[in-house]
Every structure is written in structure tokens, then in C-alpha cells.
Design a protein around this ligand. Structure first.
Ligand SMILES: NC(=O)c1ccc[n+]([C@@H]2O[C@H](COP(=O)([O-])OP(=O)(O)OC[C@H]3O[C@@H](n4cnc5c(N)ncnc54)[C@H](OP(=O)(O)O)[C@@H]3O)[C@@H](O)[C@H]2O)c1
Length: 350
């Protein structure tokens, strides 16, 4: 099979380098273009990353000598993955979509737009039907699809199977978010060493609004938001990768703990599609009292699975549990790659 050429916008950042790492040897996609700000443009990728490559594996050979370009829509590819800083992502992604590119974005800018899917293929693949409305509006064959905020994704992965079966009405969530979620250099060491920072700008709003769109429906080319209340408290903790969240849910139906666990463990709508980045089991339930833990569990399913643990009765709502997801893989680059794979098998990407 001839591979599809893909570009990475924001290729030099924390998420951008994750894209480069994850796309090495991808069976369907090959990196043919890298772009970032004018600070990096004109240099080879290796030159632009001196002191900035923060992953345990080396920079893949194929991209080391590639020139970093500016983020203008003249890149040699049909699909772009966007890991751009949100201060610039909005208009840049629009330009690419208008020029005919498929944009699979990590940034917050277009997530809540009326005709942009906020996609998690395991949950709301049918939302892709809104793309025809977007293409019509912008008058292009290109379009934007987004993946959720890195904390939203773990929460929604844990909640979606319960919502589909039992009807979730209320959620209270407290996040403990890793440092890599703040980009590089991110949080100053003297702010986070020996500390927890109980504020992440804009984060609670995203965690309280994105799930309703993801768990909602598309009717007559419009999103209908899911009817549920969410209260979120977001904290930055001294962990490198992996967002851990405590979640309490209220549901219309009242399953037993065993039923609830079976619902989570058997949830796998992508089974049979053979998507390279789809984990064999999207939600892994841990029965150990002290798990999930970021250091030990974030790489479950190559970082694409969510680990749910400590499922127990809640004396205020119905059940409470923990959910862990890898923020730069399932919560960012891996999510956008899975979205592109899903769009390919559904005929939206050629
Ligand atoms: N980190 C996570 O866990 C995570 C999870 C989900 C979503 N996100 C979202 O993903 C995006 C990237 O996050 P990150 O953590 O990778 O940030 P980051 O490390 O700060 O990287 C930002 C990237 O944007 C580029 N950039 C900045 N200003 C630019 C400009 N004026 N024109 C073109 N490119 C520009 C930077 O290029 P230079 O190097 O040339 O400056 C860099 O490649 C953000 O929107 C973030 O909210 C992050």
C-alpha cells in the first residue's frame, strides 16, 4: 500500500515530538513535512531540537535532516497533524483546511465549533457526518477534526460506556495532571518541586464542556449536547507523563459493581477495524487497591488505553473510581493519529 504523506504543524513542541516518535514506521502514514514557528523554520529538525528533544527514544533518522518549514499551506502532504500553540493554531488550521488539507488537531481553538467533530473513534465516530457541513461552509475539500483536551479524554473514555448503558447525569472530577501537559519548558521547577499547583488556566472549563459535545449526538447537521452536569477541579502535580483523575458519577440506572466492571472491560467498538493505533482493549480495569499509578500504568496499550481502578460505591453520587491516561499519547498525538486512521477507513482521508 502506498503510504499517505502527512505533515506536522508545531513539530518542535512536546506534542510535535510525540507525533514524530509515534509515526516512525507507521504502516499507513509517512512524515513528508515538518513546520513550526519562524524561530525554527529554515533549520534541519535535528538543529532545531538541540536541547529540546525530551523523549527517551532518539530522533528518528528519517526526519533528522528534514528542513523545518513555516506553517503556510504549501507543504508536500494531504494531511496535517496540528500540535500548534493555541495562540496561533486557530487561523493557521483554518488556512490549511481552506487550502484542501485534512487537519487533525490537538489544539483547543476549534474543538467546540458548530461543524467540527470533537472525535474519539471509540465513542462518537458517527460525528464525522458533520464534516459535509464544514466543507460547504469553507468551500473546500479540506476540513478540521479535533481531539479532546488531555484530561477530557481520560474522563470521557471512562464515562462513555457507562453513559451509553446507564445514562450518566452528574460527574465530579478532580485531575492530577502531569508536567508534560504544560509543554516545554512548561511549569518552572521551583513552582512544582515539593508541591501541587491547584490551578491550570482554562482547564476546568474544557473538562466541564467538552464531554457534553463528545457524548452528544448529531441531528440535522447540528450537535445536540448530552444532558449532564460536570464539576471539575484541575491540579498540576510533579509527574512527568500521565494524567490521573478521581471521578464520581451519578447514573439513571443503578448497575451492580460487577455489571459496571463488565461494561467497561467489554467496551470495544473499534474491534475488527484493525486500526494500527487502536489498543486491543481501550479500557483496562485494575482490581489492585493502589492502582492505577502514572509511572506504572500510563503505557498500557502502548499509551493508548485508559486504566480505571478503585471502582467503589460513592456515598454522595453512585460510584467513584480513578482513571489514568497518557496525556501526550492518548491525550494528544496518539489520539490525533487514531482519528486519522479512523477517517481513512471511513473514506474521509485518501
Ligand atoms: N502537552 C500535552 O499533553 C497536550 C495535550 C493535548 C493537547 N495539547 C495542545 O497541543 C498543542 C501543543 O502543545 P505542546 O505541549 O506541544 O506545546 P509546546 O511544547 O509549547 O509546542 C508548541 C509548538 O507550537 C509552535 N509555535 C509556537 N508559536 C508559533 C507560531 N507563531 N507559528 C508557528 N508555530 C508556532 C512551536 O514552534 P517553535 O518551537 O518554533 O516555537 C512548537 O512547535 C497546544 O495547543 C496544547 O494545548 C497539549
Amino acid at each position: 500500500m502506498k503510504k499517505i504523506k502527512v505533515g506536522i504543524l508545531g513539530a518542535t513542541g512536546m506534542v510535535g515530538q510525540r507525533f514524530i516518535q509515534l509515526l516512525e514506521n507507521h504502516p499507513w502514514f509517512e512524515i513528508s513535512a515538518l513546520a513550526a514557528s519562524e524561530r525554527s523554520a529554515g533549520k534541519t529538525y535535528q538543529e532545531s531540537m538541540v536541547g529540546r528533544w525530551k523523549l527517551e527514544t532518539p530522533i528518528p533518522k528519517d526526519v533528522r535532516g528534514m528542513e523545518v518549514k513555516e506553517c503556510t499551506p504549501d507543504l508536500d502532504c494531504g494531511v496535517v497533524f496540528s500540535a500548534l500553540d493555541s495562540s496561533v493554531a486557530g487561523p493557521v488550521e483554518e488556512k490549511f483546511a481552506c487550502a484542501g488539507y485534512v487537519v487533525s488537531s490537538n489544539s483547543k481553538n476549534h474543538r467546540m465549533d458548530d461543524d467540527v467533530p470533537l472525535l474519539i473513534p471509540e465513542i462518537n465516530g458517527d460525528h464525522l457526518e458533520i464534516i459535509s457541513a464544514q466543507k460547504k461552509r469553507i468551500g473546500s475539500n479540506g476540513f478540521i477534526v479535533t481531539n479532546p483536551n488531555c484530561s477530557t479524554i481520560g474522563l470521557v473514555m471512562g464515562v462513555a460506556p457507562l453513559h451509553k448503558k446507564y445514562g450518566v447525569t452528574k460527574i465530579v472530577v478532580t485531575t492530577m495532571q502531569a508536567l508534560s501537559g504544560a509543554g516545554y519548558p512548561g511549569v518552572a521547577s521551583l513552582d512544582i518541586l515539593d508541591n501541587v499547583v491547584p490551578y491550570i488556566g482554562g482547564e476546568e472549563d474544557k473538562v466541564e464542556t467538552e464531554p457534553q459535545k463528545i457524548l452528544g449526538t448529531v441531528k440535522n447537521r447540528r450537535f445536540v449536547m448530552a444532558d449532564m452536569l460536570i464539576s471539575a477541579s484541575c491540579n498540576r502535580v510533579n509527574v512527568k507523563d500521565g494524567h490521573l483523575e478521581t471521578v464520581s458519577v451519578e447514573m439513571k440506572a443503578k448497575p451492580s459493581r460487577e455489571e459496571l466492571i463488565a461494561t467497561l472491560e467489554t467496551y470495544n467498538p473499534l474491534r475488527g477495524l484493525d486500526l494500527p493505533f487502536a489498543p486491543p482493549q481501550p479500557i483496562v480495569v485494575s482490581e489492585e487497591n493502589d492502582r492505577p499509578q502514572p509511572r506504572f500504568d500510563r503505557d498500557e496499550g502502548k499509551g493508548m488505553a485508559c486504566v480505571v481502578g478503585r471502582i467503589r460505591k460513592c456515598s454522595v453520587l453512585d460510584y467513584k473510581f480513578l482513571v489514568l491516561s497518557h496525556n501526550t499519547i492518548r491525550g494528544a498525538a496518539g489520539a490525533a493519529i487514531l482519528n486519522a486512521e479512523y477517517m481513512k477507513v471511513k473514506g474521509y482521508v485518501e
